[in-house]
Design a protein. Structure first.
Length: 76
């Protein structure tokens, strides 16, 4: 098997006390991606509502072939 190099990559985990977002994070990521500063490999937001229900959403800039190379599953 041929060795494939990726990187540099960084993992970022952020926690928030207040989930009162109004699109600022998405706008900041969008601006950085459009400028070519970052490439989004895998993004997952996990959140819990006031009743304790957990939900999630995810995003990527990888196409299907790239997700397969990285070992990522299909987007849900």
């Amino acid at each position: 098997m041929a060795e494939i190099m990726y990187g540099p990559m960084q993992l970022l985990v952020i926690g928030f006390e207040n989930l009162d977002f109004h699109g600022q994070i998405r706008q900041a990521f969008g601006s950085a991606m459009e400028a070519g500063v970052i490439r989004l490999i895998d993004l997952r937001f996990v959140y819990k509502d006031a009743d304790g229900n957990v939900d999630a959403m995810e995003a990527t800039q990888l196409d299907e072939e790239e997700r397969e190379r990285f070992g990522a599953g299909p987007m849900k």
